[in-house]
Design a protein around this ligand. Sequence first.
Ligand SMILES: [Zn+2]
Length: 109
Amino acid sequence: MAKRRHLQCPYCENYLRNPIDLNFKSLEITGGMCPCGAVYVLDRTGHNLGEIYMDALQFVCKGDIDRALELNPEDYDSIEYDYDDKTNSTGKSGAKGKLSKLLFVKLLK
Ligand SMILES: [Zn+2]
């Protein structure tokens, strides 16, 4: 069995609540924000990570898409998890197609 654990911020280890539907400026995402400044965005299908990535970058820039587009790879860090919304847990499992993906992004400066 793959190791699973409760949803937790990878940067500060805060326990986080389930991703929720958010309307933030022009963004419509399912996710949330950690008090440390990291954001997380859910990709329910697990097949749409490119789009989710841009949404997450825009979200972490507080909706400022121009700033999001100007970010360099060294300006932020990102971590991707498999996510199970029934248990609000994350893990690196081998399950195919079943799990959603949860993308964390944090600005480094
Ligand atoms: Zn955090």
